[in-house]
Design a protein around this ligand. Structure first.
Ligand SMILES: [Zn+2]
Length: 72
């Protein structure tokens, strides 16, 4: 899924952005978050590539946004 197709932040309507950092071993750590930090999801462990990290984070973000949207 492309970044532009991700659901927007329920708080401010901005597109979420990846905050990923490879460490010295080449593992990727980080998360996917609103640019204003209203909401974020994090990897619970390192991924072995940026693509794989994004693949893990996308459903977590979608789930978070759905959960938040359902709250009154
Ligand atoms: Zn936001």
């Amino acid at each position: 899924m492309k970044q532009s197709e991700l659901p927007r932040c329920p708080e401010c309507g901005n597109m979420p952005e990846y905050a990923l950092k490879p460490n010295h071993m080449g593992w990727v750590w980080g998360g996917l978050k609103c640019p204003y930090d209203h909401y974020r999801v994090n990897l619970n462990g390192p991924a072995d590539s940026r693509a794989r990290a994004e693949k893990k984070l996308t459903p977590q973000w979608i789930e978070l946004v759905e959960k938040v949207s359902l709250e009154p």
